[in-house]
Design a protein around this ligand. Sequence first.
Ligand SMILES: Nc1nc2c(ncn2[C@@H]2O[C@H](COP(=O)(O)OP(=O)(O)OP(=O)(O)O)[C@@H](O)[C@H]2O)c(=O)[nH]1
Length: 318
Amino acid sequence: MLKNNHVDSKKLISELEQLLDDMHRYSTTVDRYVITSSTDIHGKITSVSQAFCQLTGYSEKELIGNKHNILRHPDTPTEFFAEMWQTITSGQSWRGELRNINKSGECFWVQLQIDSIRDEKGNTVGYISIEQNITDRKYIELLTIRDELTGAFNRRHYNHVLPIEIERAKRDNKQLCFMMIDADNFKKYNDTYGHQEGDEVLKNIVATLKNTFKRADDFIFRLGGEEFAVLYRAENESYAQSIADISRSKIYDLNMPHSGNPPYGRVTVSSGVMILKPDQQYILEEIYKYADEALYKAKHNGRNFVSFHDTEDDIELF
Ligand SMILES: Nc1nc2c(ncn2[C@@H]2O[C@H](COP(=O)(O)OP(=O)(O)OP(=O)(O)O)[C@@H](O)[C@H]2O)c(=O)[nH]1
């Protein structure tokens, strides 16, 4: 009897050792290959996998006790994180794509899922994230939607985004503005200063637009040649008008010489804006047409000017 007991416990110990070995192997593999991190309820990092350290360039010691904002990309708007926190603190999982910055200052993209960690009573005691490195895919994706010269979104992306943003603005009961921007007398600029210098001007125009329209839901497009567009939301007409004019004057203030653009003698742009009301239906092609007509008015008005489409009068409704 005693002997039997001895044999059983030896067998049990060996099985337990085997189990511990398996668990160790499993956790080592997870640690090495799964990009994961945990935080307490305040967002302070409590554990990270080796794969997480490898991706971010930070050591475990540097990360523990810190918050994930150590990785924050400056272009990610605060609203993005507010929405993320709202979701996870309400007990739901959050899934999405996020651009981060590693320790060397390089950008990387992750697809991540964040879930609550709960104690035996069901209380949230922290959060765990599992991530996937999607930088390569994102890079290819961005190449297909961006204009190579200026970095603005291309026309294809404009066609994709416009209907989505119109619906979103309607849902949020916000006015959406579509502004077309065209460099003035640009043919003369190229003729005088050369095409390459012209390219630099186009880059400066987009950089200035990016500097002006900085909200998460602002979109800057290059629709073709020296023609650009911005899609932006406006709480009211006064904002819609003032920001459009600020973008025009910021480009004027760059003071890029342009002798063929009298009376200004510098690079200027003209813009045409169409304001979309959330309670109205629009035909997509008409939006472009009306903004283009407003742009024509701005050109006609002497250039370096922002003109607004007269709403209500002649919008074709469904
Ligand atoms: N440098 C450069 N020029 C471009 C590019 N795309 C288009 N253009 C030039 O932009 C000029 C546009 O000229 P037009 O459409 O005649 O208009 P404009 O001279 O700007 O005159 P207004 O629009 O009436 O003020 C043409 O000379 C095009 O060659 C580009 O990528 N780089």
